[in-house]
Each structure stands twice: as C-alpha cells, then as structure tokens.
Design a protein around this ligand. Structure first.
Ligand code: 9Z3
Length: 336
C-alpha cells in the first residue's frame, strides 16, 4: 500500500493513502460548515435530501497550473436532474464543476438560449427593458420555480474544479449526510477523472517545451465509492453513473461496480445515446446483502422518443424511477 507518495515510484492510492498525502482545497472547511447547517435544517423539516454531483473534473499538470486534462461533461445530466428532484420536494445539494450548467439558469445558457437574444430595449433613456412576449411563458415557469426554491432554502450549491477538490468535497458532504440515514440519496453524475497526478510528482512551474514530446505517468484515482458505501454513509441510497462509448460494456461494467461496492443502482449510459437511453442495473430484490459478491442483478432500459417529443428530458424519467426506488428503500428499512 502506498503511504507516502514520492517523486519517482508508481503509487496505488487507496482512499486512505490518498487523503493522507493530497492536500484539501482551501474552501473545504467553510463548505463543510454550510453543508452541516443545510442538512440540519432539512432534518428538522423532515425533507429528503439528494446530493447531485455534476460536470467534469480537471487534472492539473503543474502546481502553478497552466495546463490540465479535462473531459467533455457540460453538467446537463446533473443540472437537469436537480430540477426534477426539487420539483419532487427533495432538498438538493448540488455539487458541480465551476462554470458547468446549473439548475434553472441552464435554460438560458450562453450557447443554447442566450438571454440577450430575448430581451428588447423599450426605452433606452429610462433603461426600460422588456422580455419578448414569446419568451415570457417559459421564463415565468423557470423563474417561479427558481424563486420558490430560493424562498424555501432547498438548494445548496457547492463548487469544485479539480478531481482533488471533488474527492475531498465528496467525502466531507457524504459524512455530513450520514445523519440522514435512509432519507439521503446520492446521485453521482459527475464525470470524474480516472487518473491524476499526485502533488508530489507535479512540476512546480510550467512544463517547458523543447524536448519534442511530453511523457507523464499518472496514477489511478482511488475507487471512492468503496469507502462512500462502506464507511461514510452506510444507510444512504447510492446511485452511481457509468459512462461507456462501447454500449456492449455498459451492463457488465455496471454489474462489476455493484459487485465491488455493494451500492443500490448503477445508471449506465452510452456517450452518444445518453440523451434518450439509459439502463438501470441493480441487485435483484432478495439478493441485497451488500457483502455478497455473487448477487443476482437485473437491468431495465429506459428509452424516450425525442422525435415524437423533442421537449422531453430523459432526466424526468430517470428521477421518476429513482424516486420510487428510494421510497421503497426507505420503507424496507434495510440496514446494511
Ligand atoms: C455520467 O455517466 C453522466 O451521465 C454524463 C453526463 C457525464 C455522461 P453531461 O454532463 O453528461 O450531461 O454532458 N456520469 C458518470 C461518469 C463517471 O465518471 N462514472 C465513473 C465511471 O464510469 C464512476 S463514478 O467509472
């Protein structure tokens, strides 16, 4: 086991050795205090709480970071799902990559629906600006839902950028959510890097060109679901996402994740089909002991027809399905 990362040897980081050697983000303490306060308030209100993680993570290559690795995720799945959870009455901890999409404001993102395009200047001298009539019904719907969520204090937003920020924050949030017991739901839709460069191996300054090529050996990010399920939040209902580009791998990889970590659901999605098709993979009822490696699994596919209904968002149905499963989980009172 790696206990102390040095500059040369390849490391196999367990979660434990990771947190012992990689530094926490500076905002961790204040973020944790906000989460604690939010969770307490929801416990008093008797609300169910979902943690939604969303967006990609970066992997910096230098300490004075000029370059980093990133991935494609815009945070659509997470931001959209958060809205449906809020609509269903859940309190939402929305943990997202800085500048990725957010609930409500996502409807007016700069690329899909820039807000300057639906405003008119009525009278420049008195700064009178009006929303175009055709845009009003949707804006009213989005704005009303947003204001209501703000009024009720049901949405807490946390930000990460690097995979290191993400890991520290996920640990802190899930530990704080432990008090929720079975009312806590984890919806882990962020696209998390599998590889990272430990601090001890990073060059301090900008990597110089001139050698003709660049070789970087990265270490594997520890499998964070393992301690999440087994230690940090033992009663929560945990849904992880599995992304593949070869659809044939989705179900086997999802089963493998369930066998390894013993959580409740893996939602599998193919990169190119994720807007209209996902698969839910879970242990068969009755084989739910989380310690058994040999459980039976079942899968169910969810598909929507975007040609028939272009406005439909698959997250509506993903969340709908998970609400039912979470409720059954609460009712079953299974202790793990
Ligand atoms: C997902 O699979 C999400 O559904 C997407 C959403 C990232 C595809 P967008 O942000 O995309 O709406 O554009 N997230 C999980 C991906 C992931 O990193 N999963 C890990 C893995 O596959 C396990 S936690 O190993």
């Amino acid at each position: 086991m790696a206990t102390d990362a040095d500059a040369s040897s390849p490391q196999v980081f367990s979660a434990e050795s990771y947190f012992a050697t990689q530094p926490p983000p500076p905002t961790l303490e204040s973020d944790t205090a906000r989460v604690r306060e939010f969770v307490q308030r929801q416990v008093h209100a008797g609300s169910k709480v979902v943690l939604v993680t969303s967006g990609g993570t970066t992997v910096p290559l230098e300490l004075n970071v000029v370059r980093f690795l990133d991935n494609f995720s815009a945070g659509t799945r997470g931001a959209t799902s958060a809205e449906y959870f809020l609509k269903a009455g859940y309190a939402v901890i929305f943990m997202h990559r800085q500048f990725s999409l957010q609930p409500f404001s996502r409807h007016y993102s700069h690329s899909t629906h820039p807000f300057l395009d639906f405003l008119d200047i009525e009278d420049a001298s008195s700064a009178e600006i009006a929303v175009r009539p055709g845009e009003r019904p949707q804006l009213l719907r989005v704005l009303a839902a947003y204001k209501e969520v703000q009024r009720a204090g049901k949405l807490l937003t946390l930000t990460f950028v690097t995979v290191n920020d993400y890991l520290w924050l996920l640990r802190a949030v899930s530990q704080e959510m432990g008090v929720l017991g079975r009312s806590g739901l984890y919806y882990l839709a962020a696209a998390v890097s599998d590889f990272f460069l430990p601090r001890q191996k990073m060059s301090e300054h900008k990597i110089q060109s001139g050698k003709g090529s660049l070789h970087i050996e990265m270490d594997q990010v520890p499998k964070i679901l393992k301690p999440l399920v087994a230690e940090w939040t033992r009663e929560g209902f945990i849904v992880s996402f599995k992304l593949e580009t070869d659809e044939r791998l989705l179900v086997p990889k999802a089963r493998q994740a369930l066998a390894r970590y013993g959580h409740q659901v893996v939602v599998g999605n193919d990169l190119h089909r994720r807007k209209f098709e996902v698969v839910f993979v879970s242990p068969k009822p009755g084989s739910a002991s989380r310690d058994e490696v040999d459980r039976d699994y079942e899968e169910s596919w969810l598909r929507i027809d975007l040609e028939k209904d272009p406005q439909k968002e698959i997250e509506d149905d993903i969340v709908g399905e998970l609400l039912q499963r979470h409720e059954r989980w609460i009712q079953s009172g299974v202790t793990r």
